[in-house]
Ligand binder design. Structure first.
Ligand SMILES: Nc1ncnc2[nH]cnc12
Ligand SMILES: [Zn+2]
Length: 341
């Protein structure tokens, strides 16, 4: 990698648009919180936890992900988790994040919606004040749970519209397609929430189409399988519907055999509005810049591609056009600075 490419990845301002806060739970914090909250885990050490992070598919990961989050019990725990992520990615040049959280994974085990949201919001507000990082929150419905429970989550979210901007759909994609959530997404849109969904990760191009046509999603989380359908690819290019792709996640969940198979560059070349993100960085072996570095090497990205991806991260975000422009101008300024140094 050239010094210029390295400096671009290290220093360019970036947004992260596909990040599950529960997926940032590092083994050290998991063990600390287990002790603090007297939760039994099947692990004794950080090495034990790390060893368990071998996945053959999305479901393998999800089983561990839901088990790991059992250590999160108090508002302070959710604050500490969120703050640890924000501190880490500040060093990656992150200036804006649109963050997923999975309230049903907590309310299902007796933790209140307000405990979860309160801790996350405290850390996001602190990050705005102390780190200059702006944010939006996306509440995800867990697609392996019944529609009725998604409606319960939506009812909670409606009391907190000042803090929750969008709704998403995550968890097991196979067997739980978008039509199951058409009604709750319609209700969420009616309440003013912006819709997004995980589609085409392990599922099909048809799931991506259903996300667009039935759930009316404004951004596609993953969407890898869309590229297997030329007509859908052309539609996404024409509409400029953003895709939040996650290369290291795809690799670790065996969606792709090697990073060289990541669809990021193919999607860029097809004219899609693609972004690079970390998904669940603690579980997949890398935060935001690790993902940029990994695909830069594996896909032989040019320096222009890296700058484009950083700009796309803001273009694909839900901030205002003037805010987008300010971030894109900041990228140009950093590029000039790096050229001079
Ligand atoms: N990559 C992913 N796909 C679906 N659901 C998730 N929940 C957390 N990470 C996820
Ligand atoms: Zn995800």
């Amino acid at each position: 990698m050239t010094d210029f490419a390295n400096a671009l990845i290290d220093r360019l301002p970036k947004a992260e648009l596909h990040l599950h806060i529960e997926g940032t739970l590092e083994p050290e914090l998991m063990l600390t919180l287990a002790k603090r909250n007297k939760v039994q885990l099947p692990y004794e050490s950080v090495e034990d936890v790390a060893k368990a992070y071998e996945f053959d598919c999305l479901q393998d990961f999800l089983d561990l992900y839901y088990m790991g989050m059992s250590v999160l019990q108090t508002e302070r725990d959710f604050h500490d988790l969120t703050w640890a992520y924000l501190l880490k990615v500040k060093a990656d040049g992150l200036t804006h994040v649109e963050m997923f959280f999975d309230p049903q994974a907590h309310t299902d085990r007796g933790i209140s919606f307000e405990t979860v949201l309160g801790g996350i919001v405290l850390a996001l507000e602190q990050a705005n004040r102390e780190l200059g990082i702006t944010s939006k929150l996306i509440m995800c419905f867990l697609r392996h749970l019944p529609e009725e429970q998604a409606f319960d989550a939506l009812e909670c979210a409606c009391k907190h519209k000042d803090h929750i901007f969008a709704v998403g759909l995550d968890s097991s994609e196979k067997g739980f397609p978008p039509p199951l959530f058409e009604r709750v997404f319609a209700a969420a849109r009616g309440e003013g929430f912006t819709p997004v969904a995980h589609v085409g990760e392990e599922g099909t191009a048809e799931n991506v189409r259903e996300g667009l046509d039935l759930l009316k999603i404004e951004r596609i989380d993953h969407g890898n399988q869309a590229l297997s359908d030329p007509e859908l690819t052309a539609r996404l290019a024409r509409q400029q519907t953003p895709l939040t792709m996650c290369p290291l996640s795809n690799l670790r969940l065996k969606g792709i055999p090697t990073l060289g198979h990541s669809p990021v560059k193919r999607a860029m070349d097809a004219g899609l509005l693609v972004t690079v993100n970390s998904d669940d960085p603690s579980y997949f072996g890398g935060y935001l810049n690790d993902n940029y570095r990994a695909i830069h090497q594996a896909l032989d990205l040019s320096e222009k591609d890296i700058i484009k991806l950083a700009k796309n991260s803001f273009a694909a975000s839900f901030i205002s056009d003037s805010e987008k422009q300010a971030h894109i101008d900041a990228i140009d300024a950093v590029v000039e600075e790096i050229k001079k140094s």
